[in-house]
Structure formats: structure tokens, C-alpha cells
Design a protein. Sequence first.
Length: 184
Amino acid sequence: MVSAQWLQACQRGDFQAFAWVVRTYQQRLFVYIKKLTGNHHLAEDIVQETFVRAFRKIEQYEPSKDLGSWLYRIAHNLAMDSFRRDARNEQVQQRQAWTSKPIDIPIGAHQQLENRDRAQRLEAALAELPDRTREIFLLHYFSDKSVRQIAYILDIPVGTVLAQLSRGRKKLRTILTEAKDELS
């Protein structure tokens, strides 16, 4: 959690304090947006615009809310705006692009070869999830966001997040089981 002193300094327009916020959240936001869009350059642009908007509107930030969740919400909304602006064909290509890239799984070198196939099956299964469910999964499992934080970021009820996680787990289990059966 960001201290009240940092936030107050940011709200006073202190560039050094805001630079600290950028250093703290930039990489995490980039990883999430890159996985969401599948486009490295678009993710960089969205993250940069996220911080520009956050700086401009820092006085509107409610200190009772988690700063990280506020930034994720801005970034997520910018990504959704980008999807809406793009042609439908381009949307499909961007979303498919992230599924063709390996998921960063923190493993030792000796396990990489063993788990590559499993990661590819998981990527393919994630691609089959509905968009909203995939967004929730990315935030929860790859960005370590709590259910409440996800609800805030996506502007949906907590119950909806819980239901989507439950349905998504069941669907993933089914997809992965079917894929395993096909390989047997």
C-alpha cells in the first residue's frame, strides 16, 4: 500500500513522488496490459497514457481506495477503449496474439521442457474462455488482484467476479480434461 505521504505529495504535484508511483506500478501494469492486448507496443502506449491520466486526475483519487487498483482500472479502461476503436478483425488478431506467446511461469530451467506442453494447453484453454472471464483470470491469477480489487477495476459486483472465477475454473477443468483425454 502506498503511504499517505506519497499520495499527498503526488496530489500537490510533486514529480518525484509521482515518479516513485510510476516505478512501483509500471512493470506490473505493463505485464497485465500486454497479456490482455497481446501487443507489446500497444501495452507500452496504454501504460504511458495510464500514468498521464493518473497524474492529471490525482486530485480525484480517493485515498481510501487502493492506488494500484485505481491504476489498473485506468489501464483496463484504456485497453477496452483501444479495442473498441480498432476494427473488429484487428481485435481478434490482438487477442489471438497474446495466446500465441508463452505464459511466464516461474520455474527452474530443468522443469521448462516438461512444462512447456502444459503451458501451451493452458494458453489454448484460456483463449477459449469468454473475454470477461479471461480478463478476470488475468487479473486474479497473473496480476495477483483480490476479488474486491477486480470488482473495482472492472466496475462489476464482487458476486459477478466470484461467479466468473467459479465458472471459468470449471470450464478450464473441462477443456483441459478433454485435451488430456485426446492425448491419451
